[in-house]
Design a protein around this ligand. Structure first.
Ligand SMILES: [Zn+2]
Length: 254
């Protein structure tokens, strides 16, 4: 069994010269990868790539910093794409971001809720982005009891994780390898492996020892190694359990 990259953005400027190479390497080393959309255009591109490569899947949705592009028409298109394409695994990334968008809290909440309702309607999990907005994010998720999914780049505490751990998985990426990030390291020690999934968020958040360079899906191995070290278990155990977790939450059959 191999690792999975449950959250990456392999499209656009950063990969314009070597996307084929990056994907070929990922195909060789990983079980599958999930390209994440953040608006209508990136969602369409993600689906196109997923339709071209059997080991690539996609998600579609409006990231909280891109909700200005969300309207009745564009949301309807997201709905249609998600409904008719079986390579679309989830609605995402959606959520709340009070770090970049402090002024539009109410608008963000409405956009988040609308997209959660869309996920309910087509019966798919969600991929959540939350930054400096944990309390509101959790309150909204608690109000939607049928929703399952991944809280990507999980920035919260163990206590907060526990409050939705029956329905959610927690995405861990390169930030856990950063020397000064004791908070994420402590959280990873406490959350059961059965609730963790591994991601890169490539091209961003490149793990040590490549911090500062462009990220790519095969770097999930550095995240897996760090999780094994923190939990004092074998890398094989990390691969087996987190890959199973990814298949479960994204509903991929063997
Ligand atoms: Zn992302």
């Amino acid at each position: 069994m191999k690792l999975v990259d449950t959250h990456c953005h392999i499209y656009g400027e950063k990969y314009k010269n070597d996307i084929e190479e990056v994907l070929a390497e990922a195909k060789k080393e990983l079980e599958f990868i999930v390209n994440i959309g953040y608006d209508l255009e990136s969602s369409k591109i993600s689906v196109d790539i997923a339709n071209k490569y059997d080991f690539v899947y996609a998600t579609v949705g409006f990231h909280p910093t891109d909700i200005s592009k969300m309207n009745e028409e564009s949301l309807k298109q997201i709905y249609e794409i998600a409904k008719k394409n079986n390579k679309v695994l989830a609605i995402g990334e959606i959520g709340l971001d009070y770090y970049w968008m402090k002024d539009e809290v109410e608008k963000q909440k409405i956009a988040f809720l609308k997209q959660l309702e869309l996920a309910e309607e087509i019966n798919k999990p969600v991929v959540i982005h939350t930054r400096e907005a944990m309390k509101d994010t959790i309150d909204i998720l608690k109000s939607k009891k049928n929703i399952t999914g991944i809280i990507h780049c999980y920035p919260g505490s163990y206590e907060t994780a526990k409050s939705v751990i029956d329905r959610f998985y927690f995405g861990i990426n390169g930030v856990v390898t950063f020397k000064n990030n004791k908070k994420t390291q402590e959280v990873v020690k406490k959350i059961p492996l059965e609730r963790l999934v591994i991601e890169t968020d490539a091209p961003y958040l490149t793990p040590t020892p490549f911090r500062g360079k462009r990220n790519k899906p095969t770097y999930v191995k550095y995240v897996a190694e760090k999780i094994a070290e923190l939990k004092n278990i074998s890398i094989d155990e990390v691969i087996k359990v987190t890959t199973n977790n990814a298949k479960k939450i994204y509903r991929i059959e063997d």
